[in-house]
Design a protein around this ligand. Structure first.
Ligand code: PEP
Ligand code: MG
Length: 561
C-alpha cells in the first residue's frame, strides 16, 4: 500500500506513475525591515528583470509555436503585454521610490490586478492566471529562484504545482510527462481541459496536503479516482504504468445488431488533433473555431482560418470534420471584439446572434475560409451553426453561406458542396428540431448548453451542479424530441456536449437514436468499445424507460449506473 493517499478531483480518467518535479515553488519575498533599499539601483534591477523576462518569453514563444502551434504560442504575447503594462510598471516604480524592495513591489502591484481579474467571470478570470505567471517569472528573476523548465523535463516526471496556467500546460510534452497534480483547480479549469484533450493523467484541487510531497518522491496520479498515491507499492505502480485505457479501435464501430455510430473528437486547439487521431477518432464532430480568435489582438484573417481548417482536414482524410462557426458571448469573451457588457451574457448576444450582426464581416470572412478549405484538397468538411433558437436565424445563416459561396465562385474556386448542420443548445431549437432539420443535413446536440437552458442551471456554477446534469429526464426528453423530429426529416443527429464522452452513458445515447458521438480524445476508445457492446433494440427500450422516468435517480436505476 502507498505510504499516503491524497484526494482531489480527477481530471482525466487515466493513471500514471512517475517522479515528482515541483514547479513554481520557492519564491520567498525579502522582509522589507531586513533590507536597505536604494531606489535607483533597485529600479534598475526591476528594469533588468523585465528585459530578461521578455527575452525568456520570446524564446518560449518561438519554441512553443514550433512544437505545439501558433495558437498555443500566442499566450506568450499576452504575457509580454502584461509584462509591459504601463499601469503595473508605474505602480512598481512608485513603491520602489517609496523604499520597497523590487520583489515586494512587483508582488503588490500584480496582486492588485490579479484580484480584479479574479472577480470577473469565465475567460476574463483566466487572465488572473496569466498575470500570476508573469508575476512569478519576475519574482523568480528578482529573488534568484530556480525555474524548472517545463518543456524539458526528464522522462516520467510528474509535475506538482500550486496551479498550472495556460502557458505552463502548453509546454508539457505528453510523451515525456507522466501526469500532473495541482493544489487548486476544478474539472473545468484550463489545466483539466488540456489534460483531457491530451489524455494526460491529472488530479486537480488536492489542497495544501500536496505541498507536503517532496521533489523526487515516486507518486501515482489516478485521474479516475482523483487520488495521488505517495510512495506507491509495486502493484500500485504496475497497475498505473499499464493503464493506457481501453485498446484503441481504429475501425468505425457498430452495435451488435449492426447500427453504425460515428465516434468523433472535439477539437479546441491544434495540439488536440494528434491525440484524436491516435485514439481512433472517426473524424471531428466539433471544431471550436473561437480558439482561433483567442490570445491575440485582431481577428484571424480569412487565410489564417483557411490554413487552420485545412490542417485539420488533412489529418482526417477519410473522416468528416464538423467546423462550428464562431461561438462567442456567454463565458467566451474575446476582448478585442468589443463585446457588449450584458447583465446576463448567457442569455445575450451569443453564437449565431452575434454572427448575424449586420455591422460585422466576421461571419462572411469565416464562411469564405471554410468553403475554400472544403473545396481544396482532401477531407469532408461540414459547417455547423451554434446557439440557434429560431428558424429565421437559420435561414439568415444559410443566406450568408450562399453569399459566401457566390463570392468564392467569382474567385474561380471549385464549386463547393458541404454538409450543413445546426447545434441544438436551446429549448426552442429542440422544440423546433423538425423545422430546423428540414433545412439542413444534420443536428448536433450541445448538451452543455442545452442542459443549462432546459434546467435553468448555470454550467459554471458548482452550487447548481446537481441540476446541471444531462441525465435529468427533462433533458433526456429534449434529446429524444430532437432525434425523433430530425430523423423524420432524414437528417442525422450527433451529440458534442460532454455527455457524449461518458462511456457509462453510451448505451443510453445509442438507445436514444444518436448517429454520432463527439468528445474529448481521452475516452474515444472506451466509447467505441461501449458501442460495440450495445444491442440497439435493448438500448432503445431502456432509453425509453429512462426518459419516461420521473426523477434523475429513477433514470440511473433504469440504466444501472
Ligand atoms: C455544448 O454547449 O454542449 C457545446 C458543445 O458547446 P460549448 O461547450 O462550446 O458551448
Ligand atoms: Mg455550447
Amino acid at each position: 500500500m502507498a505510504e499516503r493517499t491524497l484526494h482531489g478531483t480527477g481530471a482525466t480518467p487515466r493513471s500514471g506513475v512517475g517522479t515528482v518535479v515541483w514547479y513554481g515553488r520557492d519564491i520567498s519575498l525579502p522582509d522589507p525591515d531586513d533590507v536597505e533599499v536604494e531606489p535607483e539601483p533597485e529600479s534598475q534591477r526591476f528594469a533588468d528583470a523585465v528585459d530578461t523576462a521578455r527575452a525568456e518569453l520570446e524564446s518560449e514563444r518561438e519554441a512553443t509555436a514550433e512544437r505545439v502551434g501558433e495558437d498555443e504560442a500566442a499566450v506568450f504575447d499576452a504575457h509580454i503585454q502584461f509584462l509591459e503594462d504601463p499601469t503595473i510598471e508605474e505602480a512598481v516604480e512608485t513603491m520602489i521610490g517609496e523604499g520597497h524592495p523590487a520583489p515586494n513591489a512587483v508582488d503588490a502591484a500584480f496582486g492588485e490586478h490579479i484580484e480584479q481579474f479574479e472577480g470577473m467571470d469565465g475567460r476574463m478570470a483566466e487572465r488572473a492566471d496569466d498575470l500570476r505567471d508573469v508575476r512569478d517569472r519576475l519574482l523568480r528573476l528578482l529573488t534568484d529562484g530556480e525555474r524548472v523548465d517545463l518543456g524539458d523535463l526528464p522522462d516520467g516526471s510528474v509535475v506538482l504545482a500550486e496551479r498550472l496556467t495556460p502557458s505552463d500546460t502548453a509546454q508539457l510534452d505528453p510523451e515525456r510527462v507522466a501526469g500532473f497534480a495541482t493544489v487548486t483547480g476544478g474539472r473545468t479549469s484550463h489545466a483539466s481541459i488540456f489534460a483531457r484533450s491530451l489524455a494526460l493523467p491529472a488530479v486537480v484541487g488536492v489542497g495544501e496536503a500536496l505541498d507536503t510531497v517532496e521533489d523526487g518522491t515516486a507518486v501515482v496520479i489516478d485521474g479516475d479516482s482523483g487520488e495521488v498515491l505517495v510512495a506507491p507499492d509495486d502493484s500500485e505502480r504496475a497497475a498505473a504504468a499499464s493503464d493506457s485505457g481501453a485498446a484503441v479501435v481504429d475501425a468505425s464501430v457498430e452495435t451488435t445488431d449492426g447500427r453504425h455510430v460515428e465516434v468523433a473528437a472535439n477539437i479546441g486547439q491544434p495540439a488536440e488533433l494528434k491525440p484524436a487521431v491516435d485514439r481512433g477518432a472517426d473524424g471531428v464532430g466539433l471544431y471550436r473555431t473561437e480558439f482561433l480568435f483567442l490570445d491575440r489582438e485582431t481577428p484571424p484573417s480569412e487565410d489564417e482560418q483557411y490554413e487552420a481548417i485545412r490542417e485539420t482536414l488533412d489529418m482526417f482524410p477519410d473522416g468528416r470534420v464538423v467546423v462550428r462557426t464562431l461561438d462567442i458571448g456567454g463565458d467566451k469573451q474575446i476582448p478585442y471584439l468589443d463585446q457588449p457588457d450584458e447583465e446576463n451574457p448567457f442569455l445575450g448576444e451569443r453564437g449565431i446572434r452575434r454572427s448575424l450582426d449586420p455591422d460585422s464581416d466576421l461571419f462572411a470572412t469565416q464562411l469564405r475560409a471554410l468553403l475554400r478549405a472544403a473545396s481544396d484538397g482532401a477531407g469532408d468538411l461540414a459547417i455547423m451553426f451554434p446557439m440557434v433558437a429560431t428558424v429565421t436565424e437559420l435561414d439568415a445563416a444559410l443566406d450568408a453561406l450562399d453569399t459566401a459561396a457566390a463570392d468564392i465562385e467569382e474567385c474561380d474556386a471549385d464549386a463547393v458542396d458541404v454538409e450543413v448542420g445546426v447545434m441544438i443548445e436551446t429549448p426552442s431549437a429542440a422544440f423546433m428540431a423538425g423545422e430546423l432539420a428540414a433545412r439542413v443535413d444534420f443536428l448536433s446536440l450541445g448538451t452543455n448548453d442545452l442542459t443549462q437552458y432546459v434546467m435553468a442551471a448555470d454550467r459554471e456554477n458548482e452550487r447548481v451542479g446537481d441540476l446541471h446534469d444531462p441525465t435529468h429526464p427533462g433533458v433526456l426528453r429534449a434529446i429524444h424530441q430532437t432525434v425523433t423530429a430530425a430523423h423524420a426529416e432524414d437528417a442525422w443527429v450527433g451529440m458534442c456536449g460532454e455527455m457524449a464522452g461518458d462511456p457509462d452513458l453510451t448505451e443510453l445515447l445509442v438507445g436514444l437514436g444518436l448517429d454520432e458521438l463527439s468528445m474529448s480524445a481521452v475516452t474515444i476508445p472506451e466509447v467505441k468499445t461501449a458501442v460495440r457492446d450495445t444491442e440497439y433494440n435493448t438500448a432503445s427500450e431502456r432509453a425509453d424507460r429512462a426518459r419516461l422516468a420521473a426523477t434523475r435517480s429513477e433514470v440511473h436505476t433504469t440504466l444501472d449506473t
